[in-house]
Write a protein that binds this ligand. Sequence first.
Ligand SMILES: [Zn+2]
Length: 291
Amino acid sequence: MSKIVRALSADGSVLCSAVDSTDAVRRLHEIHGTSATASAAAGRLITAASLMGAMMKNENDRLTVRISGGGPIGNITAVADHMGNVKCSIDNPFADLPPNGAGKLDVAGVVGTDGYLTVIRDLGMKEPYAGQIPIISGEIAEDITQYYAVSEQIPTVCALGVLVDTDLSIKCAGGYLIQLVPPINEAAIDVIEKNIGKMQSVTHMLTENMTPEQIALEGLAGLDGEILDEWEAGYFCNCSRERTERILAALGKSELERLAEEQPETELCCHFCGKKYRFSSDEIKTLIQTI
Ligand SMILES: [Zn+2]
């Protein structure tokens, strides 16, 4: 399981959440068979979604983060619940590129920079709230930071990291999000900027066996940060046969009749966890009766 921690500065003006998402990214790699660069890209996105989801209040709240940059990986969509449990779908999980000029996995190259980062919050209202910004870097953390600044007007620092081994297994993954809570304390901004300047990369900190607690408190160094709460989250898909039936039913009678005629069995595969659901043509015919 991934561990999520939230810490608050003593004056209540800065919130820092941190997550060790290694297990969730390992599961993502296992399900989707991602290339090294795709593991880094999608792993960063689910880590961000987990931190962002964990800030929602209610049990049924859902947060979707989608990055569509026109690169070889296509769209990556991460969905999180209010506990920071995440699932992810990837158009082309095998997409890969040679390392970039800095010798790192070319996340921006595989994601692309010609497109949008979209965040949809479904808070159980009539309409979900959606915000969208043009991608500025494609490296994901910078895009999340920009999203908060532009779309939600919340000054935020986001750092994300996924370390992929030469055999494509995931060594470690995690991230942190530092946010200013209104009313903004200008003095705290200076402290945070200094802290960020001093902090090592997320994967470096995790490799040094730093815990999410230590990372969150390091983000709040000099501000007497205290841990608010901590809990475990993971890669979690809530698909079921019933949900799959509803998706099928949405195709409409004539399409279902065609499926029942043309093939003895219809198979639907969940884009998030790879689970397969099979329906015989008799079952499809029964489903038609319920529409
Ligand atoms: Zn599923």
